[in-house]
Design a binder for this molecule. Structure first.
Ligand SMILES: C[S@@+](CC[C@H](N)C(=O)[O-])C[C@H]1O[C@@H](n2cnc3c(N)ncnc32)[C@H](O)[C@@H]1O
Length: 246
């Protein structure tokens, strides 16, 4: 992970969950979809790779309790510190590619909104294929090529330039041997405008760590003018759910 990204997650770790929990139903909805797509069973050995604060893993545990602790792997110690200390989770401070080269005997793998941070995606996905038991499932979740987020234009343009395209990842999945299915999961969000603006000011997405304080301020002014007459911002949060079966 490069220094800017490392610093971003160190800075944001303590209020990451608060920034993202704009709607508790949203976490519940995404966690339910994860459980379904992973066909999660009580006896599964599950890893959450690039788990961050475990926001969605915690959402999974609220809906079902697994027999083995969920391996929560992340290369930010500050993010990992937010995971509760109990038998449900085993935090592992490690780079995802390093973990993937050592792992074996896994039943299910979750990787949510982390693939954009990994330079060698081929190696990671090939290693993960090898680490799974026959019949194992890898669920990779990422944002689509364009997003509806009510961000300022430069942020949206930059997002479109840097976000990996899911079709490129789908090709890697198929090349390493996964039976692959892609679907889109959308949640209609309605966020209080003041709250969303504060999320942007706090650089709630790592994308926003690319901008200086001045650029963020200009972006917020642009957003203020655009959404002048609105008190809430309504948009669909859409995820690409890529399921690879071994
Ligand atoms: C956008 S957050 C997503 C966290 C969590 N999956 C979620 O959806 O809430 C990305 C996470 O990936 C972690 N990360 C970035 N590069 C990584 C790498 N090479 N190995 C392991 N974790 C990494 C970051 O520290 C951060 O916690």
């Amino acid at each position: 992970m490069n220094q800017r990204i490392q610093k971003h997650y160190s800075n944001i770790a303590h209020n990451y969950d608060a920034l993202w929990t704009y709607n508790p139903d949203f976490i519940k909805f995404v966690a339910k979809n994860i459980i379904e797509k992973l066909e999660l069973q009580v006896n599964d050995k599950l890893v959450d790779l690039g788990c961050g604060t475990g926001l969605f893993t915690k959402g999974i545990c609220k809906q079902m309790q697994l027999k083995y602790p969920i391996l929560c792997v992340d290369s930010s110690s500050e993010m990992l510190k937010q995971i509760p200390v109990n038998h449900s989770y085993e935090p592992i401070f490690m780079d995802a590619v390093e973990f993937s080269s050592k792992a074996n005997n896994l039943d299910k793998i979750l990787l949510k909104e982390m693939i954009h941070h990994v330079p060698d995606k081929n190696k990671l996905i090939a290693n993960l294929f090898n680490s799974l038991n026959p019949g194992g499932i890898f669920l990779l979740i990422l944002l689509p090529p364009t997003i509806e987020y009510p961000l300022f234009e430069l942020a949206k343009k930059t997002y479109e330039e840097v976000q990996p395209h899911y079709k490129t990842i789908e090709t890697i999945f198929k090349d390493v041997g996964f039976k692959t299915e892609v679907s889109f999961v959308s949640y209609p969000l309605s966020i209080d405008k003041v709250r969303y603006f504060s999320m942007v000011k706090n650089r709630y997405m790592s994308l926003l760590s690319r901008f200086t304080d001045g650029e963020i301020q200009e972006g917020l002014e642009e957003m203020s003018a655009k959404y002048l007459s609105q008190s809430t911002l309504d948009f669909n949060d859409t995820f690409v759910f890529m399921v690879g079966k071994k």
